[in-house]
Design a protein around this ligand. Structure first.
Ligand SMILES: Nc1nc2c(ncn2[C@@H]2O[C@H](COP(=O)(O)OP(=O)(O)OP(=O)(O)O)[C@@H](O)[C@H]2O)c(=O)[nH]1
Ligand SMILES: [Mg+2]
Length: 297
């Protein structure tokens, strides 16, 4: 087809800035999990939106830290930066309730020098929490870092239309890569693991969720019902006890919430079985979370 336009857009920014919320708001469906905790997203999650003659492929990335410490952190930060290599446009999402600190300035400068040729926009998010006067003032602080600034509330879906209109406008002529009604390339099994991981993040406090990984081990469809087995990997016995909870109450609650959402995703009744297993040091061992670096597209 002539006239078709295609654009890939990376959504980057600090942990907790609202990147995944923005992706879900753009796509109109939950593809990327969201929690109040930092470093929720661990890999690149794509969302596809085709409007008029333009296909936009948005990539949600793990939050960028300047000095990542642990191995898992290093890997996810690398994932975020390396995603910029193949992108047409970068959206830098900023939690506008946070101060513009030196770290953020350095990230923005780094972007402007290292990725000079890529188009960029700054997206000031969480504006539902900021008064109109203050919004102007904050916008002024970012004028030096990007030609284009959008003010949005990803949570309330405000300001998204203007942003999408601009992305559509700047998209280059290129044949579509995906079918018109595709929403993501992430396999449903992985989306289902992510849903369970979200429930764990929401239910368990402090550091524990970071020590946990979820994998969908089997997925069998029979008589219109899906039986799914997932493993929840923890590092040690004490963590296993917490995930299971008193008389199994925690694992049951996680399972109920995850099942409901997986049913919505799959459009079928689901029997979800969760198994808690100990796998020592998985966050230190790159092999153990290799699947996080999935092939894109
Ligand atoms: N008030 C308000 N809260 C928001 C908005 N956007 C996101 N949030 C909240 O901010 C928190 C973090 O949102 P996420 O979308 O998970 O942030 P993220 O940038 O993907 O975070 P990481 O994956 O950890 O890097 C959640 O509690 C969201 O509900 C917004 O526009 N307004
Ligand atoms: Mg995220």
């Amino acid at each position: 087809m002539t006239n078709q336009k295609t654009i890939t857009v990376s959504i980057i920014g600090y942990p907790n800035a609202g990147k995944s919320t923005l992706l879900n708001s753009i796509i109109g469906q939950k593809i990327s999990i969201v929690t109040p905790k930092v470093q929720t997203t661990r890999t690149v999650i794509d969302g596809i939106l085709t409007i008029n003659n333009t296909q936009m492929i948005f990539c949600d990335t793990p939050g960028i830290f300047r000095d990542p410490g642990k191995t898992l952190e290093k890997s996810i930060v690398k994932t975020a930066w390396s995603n910029l290599e193949n992108t047409d446009l970068v959206l830098v999402i900023i939690d506008a309730t946070r101060k513009l600190d030196e770290d953020l300035e350095s990230i923005l400068n780094n972007l402007n020098t290292k990725y000079k040729k890529i188009q960029k926009a700054i997206i000031l998010n969480k504006l539902d929490l900021i008064s109109k006067d203050k919004q102007q003032e904050i916008e002024g602080l970012y004028k030096n870092f990007a030609d284009k600034i959008f003010k949005i509330s990803a949570l309330k879906g405000e300001g998204i239309e203007g942003l999408l209109a601009w992305v559509e406008e700047v998209a280059p002529v290129f044949p579509w890569i995906h079918a018109e009604d595709d929403l993501t390339t992430i396999p449903i099994k992985l989306l289902a693991s992510e849903i369970t991981r979200e429930k764990i993040f929401l239910k368990l406090s402090k550091e524990l969720p970071y020590e946990i990984n979820v994998e969908t081990e089997s997925w069998k469809e029979k008589d219109g019902k899906i039986e799914i087995h997932q493993s929840i990997f923890v590092k040690k016995e004490s963590q296993k006890m917490i995930v299971i909870g008193d008389k199994g109450s925690m694992i049951k609650a996680i399972g109920i919430e995850a099942r409901k959402e997986i049913e919505e995703l799959a459009g079928a009744k689901v029997n979800l079985q969760l198994f808690v297993k100990i796998r020592k040091n998985w966050t230190e061992n790159p092999e153990a979370y290799k699947y996080l670096r999935m092939e894109q597209g």
